[in-house]
Design a protein around this ligand. Structure first.
Ligand SMILES: *[C@@H]1O[C@H](CO)[C@@H](O)[C@H](O)[C@H]1NC(C)=O
Ligand SMILES: *[C@@H]1O[C@H](CO)[C@@H](O)[C@H](O)[C@H]1NC(C)=O
Ligand SMILES: *[C@@H]1O[C@H](CO)[C@@H](O)[C@H](O)[C@H]1NC(C)=O
Ligand SMILES: *[C@@H]1O[C@H](CO)[C@@H](O)[C@H](O)[C@H]1NC(C)=O
Ligand SMILES: *[C@@H]1O[C@H](CO)[C@@H](O)[C@H](O)[C@H]1NC(C)=O
Ligand SMILES: *[C@@H]1O[C@H](CO)[C@@H](O)[C@H](O)[C@H]1NC(C)=O
Ligand SMILES: *[C@@H]1O[C@H](CO)[C@@H](O)[C@H](O)[C@H]1NC(C)=O
Length: 779
């Protein structure tokens, strides 16, 4: 739809003086149809405005009728469906161009900012409407699609800024995967469509940062392509200046494969276009060229999208469609032991859900092999072992050969994954070579790192911002802020969004760069332990190091005088308490089960997988936040240590919230991760039953959820718990059993979160929970 909006914009800003020489007025009473008179030609006949054909349908645009493929340089309403052959194009009474077809209501191809007196298709490739004073009131050059022509500019200035969007394919002019933009910092950059304009996604840029917003991309009639900064500074010459030639025209286009190319066309030869210049050089550079679980392989002239081993393409012949795994949860459960981990020398967008450290390569692979959630893992020379969440995106061959992605594959024999013999042999040999060189590389890296670490004692990892792109706060986390900063971010703490044991939470807005911002939650802590700065910073560092998709991310902090604040990512869907107890409609069973698994994953990470073990101490629905995609993330982890008195003496004071607190808190027993498991069990019961753990408005026997569940469980009346909703009985029983195991009075009898997760997923069987002693003591 973006394209349509562009087309209909009234155009107030004219950066080209339309050349009025050699122009030919179009009769405003003319009508075009795809089958009879289909276009208006420019005087030389090189450009045409009107209907062009793609597949069985037609589009309205500007094209080169002399080229064999009728090269298109502009399309109107490119994302609308193709038009039928009995469509018509004509001027209405006020000079707007109206497109009529039997299938759809009339649409405007051009709505000029005045009454059209004359119209012309210029030899420059610009289609222009004039008013009676011969002033330009609309021109196609103002709304480029994927191409600019000689004489056309791509400005950056805010109100003129235009993006060039690639077409979906050579035969489909609708909006495709890539875009080119003249950024406000003076950089021409290429990005995948729909991704943020950050260094993470930018795959090429002109390397001309910090030049302000007046920089414009120029293409001249002689094929000279350059960036100009007023009053006359050539920031970058992509091609060189020449003499304009009568018989040549030039066009620069972002192509469906994401490459930005300059083409020449000799109008006397009815030939195709010739590439004069292009960037980036590596055809596999465009990020997202291949679909999910697929990586790009450069074959010299062309590229291919290859599936990960053991994966099959979702759609034949379409590299942008992804590949699917042949391993299912069910097959993993039955055959986990027989899987192999296969090395693929590729790089991907990091999708780590669990980061393990200090493992050998074999230890790392074994971790993944044993874990039915894990289908791929990266391992590198500094012994970091990152389990990757499928699907993997933005795959490409690794030019340096030092990324190691291992994929879980079955032992299904040579026909595995739909490959055939020769291909497979090839891959095997590749892998042998890869393994050999990797081992050698690992040894060298190890030696180098030992030397470096030895020399410097410690080693600070710093990501240097890539030249040219705007940097964002996400590159370095957590960031330190002053109190004044956060006052600004939150509009002087004007919007309170929550209040809890640790303090008050406010909504705020962080600017990522000039044109994008990010909502954040700023937590003003109270009652901070007196130990002061060092402990605070140490804790913040620990929290900042935990990265997991089921934990709310800490973006920054403030330690300024008396003030202690933490800045978190903002969760748009509130807390689990809102979802369970406040929402008008309960979330579906499937969504609720996914939320339970999300919470279990987050806790597993805190307990077993992050560098410093973290006991949350206050798991409850209010501390579980829900994002846009209904994924749950745990909040407030690591905070219990920040409160006084010192948490190392875990037996002194009860933390947490009534109803969710494990019995050992009351009994002066040491508190371990099992206390979180208990709280998780209570939350799981609340998720299953959609009610609070203590609800005195209910009949007495139902008021305490734990007791009521156990009662129903023993009586075989689980339906009562879910108010007779139709839920798969086996699944319901499994969930209840898991929850009852978690709330065992004796901490040692509770399962680990790893076990809990496997049980929730149905990967392992759930034992019958022993009697709940708390329940018996109530009787
Ligand atoms: C085109 O139409 C305009 C307005 O009617 C008129 O002024 C101009 O002379 C015409 N040009 C040609 C080449 O006929
Ligand atoms: C246009 O063509 C479609 C089929 O392509 C047909 O259904 C429709 O009746 C035609 N409309 C007119 C006005 O001829
Ligand atoms: C870029 O082109 C302009 C115009 O031809 C020329 O004056 C300038 O010296 C060129 N700059 C570089 C760095 O080549
Ligand atoms: C364009 O093609 C014609 C015919 O082949 C040739 O004579 C002419 O030199 C070409 N022009 C350029 C600029 O190459
Ligand atoms: C591939 O996997 C996705 C996600 O699991 C699924 O939605 C899709 O139907 C699968 N496609 C095929 C062709 O198996
Ligand atoms: C290994 O991975 C870790 C974490 O992803 C990263 O910090 C480190 O730089 C990597 N080391 C090498 C040698 O690539
Ligand atoms: C085997 O490989 C060839 C060449 O790569 C390919 O044309 C053919 O379709 C493949 N056969 C199967 C069954 O995949």
């Amino acid at each position: 739809m973006a394209a349509r909006i562009f087309c209909l914009l009234p155009l107030a800003f004219l950066f080209i003086l339309a050349n009025s020489q050699g122009q030919k007025n179009i009769s405003l009473t003319d009508t075009l149809t795809p089958t009879s008179k289909s276009s208006w030609l420019s005087p030389s006949g090189v450009f045409a405005f009107g209907f062009y054909q793609r597949g069985n349908g037609y589009y309205v645009g500007i094209f080169l009728p002399g080229t064999p493929s009728k090269t298109v340089v502009w399309t109107c309403n490119r994302d609308d469906p193709p038009l039928p052959s009995n469509s018509t194009l004509r001027f209405d009474g006020s000079g707007k161009i109206v497109l009529s077809s039997a299938q759809a209501p009339d649409t405007y191809v051009a709505t000029p900012s005045g009454t059209t007196a004359s119209a012309t298709m210029l030899d420059s490739g610009n289609f222009v409407l004039y008013n009676s004073n011969q002033e330009v009131i609309w021109q196609s050059f103002d709304t480029p699609t994927d191409t600019i022509l000689g004489g056309q500019r791509l400005p950056a200035k805010q109100e003129l800024q235009r993006e060039l969007h690639s077409s979906a394919s050579v035969t489909d002019p609708s909006t495709g995967l890539f875009l080119a933009i003249m950024q406000l910092d003076g950089v021409l950059a290429l990005y995948p469509n729909g991704k943020p304009f950050t260094p993470e996604y930018g795959y090429w840029d002109s390397g001309t940062p910090n030049n302000g917003q007046d920089v414009t991309l120029h293409l001249e009639n002689d094929g000279f392509l350059y960036l100009l900064k007023p009053p006359g500074i050539y920031l970058a010459n992509f091609t060189s200046q020449g003499l304009p030639k009568e018989d040549m025209i030039y066009l620069a286009r972002i192509d469906p494969d994401g490459i930005f190319r300059l083409y020449s066309y000799n109008i006397t030869r009815n030939d195709d276009l010739f590439v004069k210049w292009h960037e980036p050089i590596d055809i596999c550079s465009p990020i997202g060229l291949c679909g999910l679980n697929r990586f790009c392989v450069n074959n010299g002239q062309d590229y291919a999208c290859q599936c990960l081993p053991g994966f099959v393409p979702v759609e034949d012949g379409n590299g942008a469609a992804g590949c699917n795994s042949t391993i299912t949860a069910e097959s993993c459960k039955n055959a986990a032991a027989s899987y192999d981990m296969q090395l693929v020398r590729t790089i991907w967008k990091d999708a780590t859900y669990s980061a393990l450290t200090s493992l050998t390569r074999d230890g790392c692979l074994e971790e993944c092999r044993q874990d039915c959630n894990c289908e791929a893992v990266t391992y590198n020379a500094s012994q970091s072992c990152n389990k990757q969440n499928l699907p993997l995106t933005f795959g490409g061959r690794d030019p340096d050969g030092n990324s190691q992605l291992y994929v879980k594959v079955g032992h299904a024999g040579p026909q595995d994954g739909g490959r055939n013999g020769s291909e497979q042999k090839h891959t095997r040999r590749d892998i042998l070579i890869a393994v050999g060189s990797l081992i050698a590389f690992a040894i060298v890296m190890l030696a180098v790192s030992v030397i470096i670490v030895h020399r410097n004692r410690f080693w600070v990892y710093e990501r240097s911002p890539k030249e040219g792109f705007l940097t964002t706060i996400e590159d370095v986390a957590p960031t330190s802020y002053t109190f004044e900063d956060l006052k600004k971010v939150t509009g002087n703490f004007s919007e309170e969004i929550g209040r809890g044991a640790f303090g008050t939470v406010y909504k705020g807005t962080l600017m990522k760069n000039e044109h994008s911002s990010k909502a954040v939650a700023v937590k003003k802590l109270k009652e901070i332990s007196s130990d002061g700065e060092r402990e605070f910073l140490a804790e913040v560092k620990t929290i900042g190091k935990t990265h997991h998709r089921n934990l709310v991310r800490l973006l920054g902090y403030c330690h300024d005088g008396e003030n202690r604040l933490l800045v978190y990512e903002y969760m748009s869907n509130g807390s689990l308490a809102d979802v369970l107890f406040k929402a008008e409609h309960q979330a579906s069973w499937d969504v609720k089960m996914r939320i339970a698994q999300n919470v279990a994953r987050g806790l597993l990470y805190l307990h077993e997988e992050c560098e410093t073990q973290i006991i949350h101490c206050d798991i409850k629905p209010q501390n579980i936040l829900i994002d846009d995609n209904m994924q749950a993330k745990i909040a407030d982890f690591g905070l219990s240590k920040l409160l006084k008195p010192d948490q190392t003496n875990t037996t002194t004071m009860i933390r947490g919230t009534r109803g969710y607190v494990a019995p050992e808190w009351h009994k002066q027993l040491p508190v371990t991760v099992n206390a979180d498991t208990y709280s998780f069990g209570v939350v799981l019961l609340e998720i299953i039953c959609g009610r609070r753990c203590v609800d005195s408005s209910l009949p007495e026997e139902e008021a305490i959820l734990e007791d009521w569940v156990y009662h129903c469980f023993q009586a075989g009346e689980l339906d009562k718990l879910v108010h007779y909703q139709t839920i798969d009985q086996k699944q319901l029983e499994r969930m209840i059993k898991v929850a009852l195991l978690c709330i065992q009075e004796e901490p040692a009898l509770r399962p680990s979160m790893r076990k809990v997760l496997l049980m929730l997923e149905g990967t392992v069987d759930v034992p019958i929970p022993p009697c709940l002693t708390s329940f018996l003591s109530v009787i």
